[in-house]
Every structure is written in C-alpha cells, then in structure tokens.
Design a protein around this ligand. Structure first.
Ligand SMILES: Cc1cc2nc3c(=O)[nH]c(=O)nc-3n(C[C@H](O)[C@H](O)[C@H](O)COP(=O)(O)OP(=O)(O)OC[C@H]3O[C@@H](n4cnc5c(N)ncnc54)[C@H](O)[C@@H]3O)c2cc1C
Length: 341
C-alpha cells in the first residue's frame, strides 16, 4: 500500500478542477482497505472514496485520505440458465462491464451504456439512463465499514434505491466503501426502447426485431452525438437533479408556463431541470473559464477556470434564478468535497 502525499486531484475528476488530497492511495486489492482506513483514523483524517471522479465537485483541497478504487474482477457466481448472477469488483469500468455482459449474452444493462465511472459508484446514486435504472439488476452490494473495517452486505431492499438516490447517499453516507456489486441479469430479455430518444431511433423498424446489441449501439450513438465528452469539455454530466413536484403544483406550472415538459412518475411529476435552466437564459453562459454548455443547459463546464468554488458560485446563481422564476429548488447531483460541503 503506497501512500501518496499532497496528490494533485485534477487528473482524478472529470471536471478537471484543481485540488489536492492530504493523502491518496490507489487501491488495487480490497484487502488493503481496512489497513488504509486504520491509517486515516490514527491521523484523524476523513476517508473519501473515489472511482473515476465523474460525479464529484472538488471545491478545494481535501483534508482526507482519498482511496481510489481500482480493483478489478468480474465473475459468474451462479448460472440458473435463464439468469446469471455476476459479482463485479468496485473498480471495474462501468461501460466495460456493460460491453462484457453483452458479449457473454447477458442482457439488461444495454440502456446504461457509456455512463462514465466505476461499478462500485453505480449504486451510490442508482445510475440511470434511457428508461432504465441500476436498481432493477442489483442483488447485493458488498461494502466495508470505514470506522471498524468490518464487512457489510446489503440486499437490494436494504440499499433503498430511488431516483438518483440510495442509502449510500443517506444513512450510510461517508460510512462505507463499496467493494463489489452483485447483479442478476437475464439471458433473454425484452428490450426497453420506451424512452422517447430510443423510440425515435427505432421508429423505422417499428420497434420490431430490436436486439439488446442494437439498443447498446443506439445508446452509444445517441450519447456520443449528444453529450459533451469530459476530455474536451470537462464536466460532471447532469449538474442538477430533475425536480419532482406534486401533481397539483405541476398543473399550476403548466398553466403559468405552457410548453413546460412534464413527466408523471409515481405519485409526483418530474420536470426537466434543463428546460428550467434554459428558460432562465443560462444556456451557453460563460465567464471566468466556467460556464453552461451551449447545447446542454444541465451541463456545467470547466473551460479552464479550474476553480470548484467558482463553479459552485455559478450553480448557486442558476439555482437562485430557477427559484425566482418557478419557485422550484434545484438540487446539485454530484457530491461536493473540499472546503465547501
Ligand atoms: C459526461 C457524463 C455523463 C453522465 N451520465 C450519467 C447518466 O446518464 N446517468 C447517471 O446516473 N449518471 C451519469 N453521470 C454521473 C456518473 O457517471 C455516475 O454518477 C457514476 O456512477 C460515477 O462513477 P465514478 O466512479 O466516477 O464515481 P466518483 O465520481 O468517483 O464518485 C461519486 C461518489 O460516489 C462515491 N464513491 C465512488 N466509488 C465508491 C465506492 N467504491 N464506495 C463508496 N463510495 C464510492 C464517491 O465518494 C462520491 O461521493 C455522468 C457523468 C458524466 C461526466
């Protein structure tokens, strides 16, 4: 276990923000985790897990031991014929896992192709895209308690998954390190192309004979054309969650703002944060090396300003104008670390 002091975190976050960690360890073997946690405890340092840094905002230096989860391993734990149970190490690349499952004839994850990040981070915010969420496939999540070094294992119900949320963002926030996930995937699966962009993509085929491989290719195609690549425009994907309001409030908003898209879900109505932000005139805004992508109002970009504080100041201004215009609170999706929590 090699402890790196004062490590530069700019290459470790997709927003390319400037920050340093008091200490950092690249974890290639999860058996090193209890020792690393003990090392931090003895020095009074917090422990911060990091995968590929695609859902974090570093607002300043981290007085912490950063553990970069780079463990590898994908194995079939059980094969029931119609389904398989996979165990995937936390450090595996998510998109690589999606590709691997399809190559082996295991289906379901195709809609989640090209989401940046690691398998271990996927349950944290219950990653989702194109009409599918991770929670449909999770059987167990294996973790380690930071304070004791003890192992934990949570089944799907215990993970309390919901839209971009789980117990790991709530009760277990900062208390556990996810070491592996278990996913149950079907061999035969009806593809899910109900999401409007996929429906459009397959319109000429009338949705017939679409295979999971076709859906994978479509999602890769749509995402590559649509989403700014962090290598060119450093970003953290969607910066705000889509707010959910009551049906009554949704009706009021619809009559005040005809044309506002609304998506009923469960007992609420989801509103696209991008539409709200665009309506407030922020799309394409740019100042001091920080801005809002010209094609994606939900994507904040580091154009070279490199300051997490400035990025968060812009996020505050955007949220304030959405509050003023619509009386709706926007919530930041990525996790903030550094001076400002
Ligand atoms: C261009 C772009 C597009 C995106 N599109 C989507 C999308 O379509 N859908 C979606 O849901 N998300 C999307 N995201 C967000 C991001 O891809 C996911 O949140 C992803 O799961 C983050 O993985 P990561 O390894 O980079 O996590 P990190 O950013 O490294 O960490 C995120 C949080 O998880 C914690 N964490 C990470 N690993 C562990 C672990 N092993 N144990 C405990 N805690 C851990 C960290 O402490 C941090 O709080 C997008 C991001 C970008 C940049």
């Amino acid at each position: 276990m090699r402890i790196l002091r004062g490590e530069d975190l700019k290459p470790c976050n997709s927003l390319s923000l400037l920050a340093r960690a008091s200490a950092l360890v690249n974890i290639h073997d999860s058996r090193d985790l209890p020792r690393a946690c003990k090392w931090a405890r003895e020095r009074g340092l917090d422990v911060v897990a990091l995968g590929q840094g695609s859902n974090v905002v570093l607002a300043g230096d981290l007085e912490a031991l950063v553990l970069r989860l780079q463990t590898r391993g994908m194995e079939i734990l059980e094969d029931r014929g119609d389904t398989v149970l996979l165990r995937v190490a936390a450090g595996e690349d998510w998109h690589g896992l999606v590709q691997w499952t399809l190559q082996h004839g295991f289906h379901g994850l195709e809609n989640l192709a090209l989401i940046p990040g690691t398998a271990g981070a996927a349950p944290i915010q219950n990653i989702g895209a194109y009409g599918v969420e991770l929670e449909s496939f999770v059987e167990r999540v294996h973790a380690l308690e930071i304070s004791s070094g003890d192992s934990l294992s949570l089944d799907a119900a215990e993970c309390r998954f919901s839209y971009r949320d789980s117990i790991f963002k709530g009760e277990l926030r900062d208390r556990t390190l996810i070491t592996a996930i278990e996913l149950r995937l079907p061999r035969q699966s009806a593809v899910n192309i109900s999401y409007p962009a996929l429906e459009d993509y397959f319109r000429d085929r009338d949705g017939r004979d679409v295979t999971p491989g076709d859906v994978f290719a479509a999602v890769v195609d749509i995402r590559s054309a649509k989403l700014p690549d962090p290598a060119t425009f450093p970003n953290a994907g969607s910066f705000f969650k889509n707010p959910v309001v009551t049906p009554e409030r949704a009706r009021e908003l619809a009559s005040a703002f005809p044309g506002m898209p609304q998506f009923p879900q469960g007992d609420g109505v989801k509103l696209p944060a991008a539409w709200l932000i665009e309506h407030c005139g922020w799309k394409g805004y740019r100042d001091q090396g920080i801005g809002v992508h010209p094609q994606h109002a939900l994507v904040l970009v580091n154009y070279g300003g490199d300051s997490g504080e400035q990025l968060l100041a812009l996020a505050d201004r955007i949220a304030a104008s959405v509050r003023d215009s619509f009386v709706i609170e926007l919530e930041i999706e990525p996790r903030v670390y550094g001076r400002r929590q």
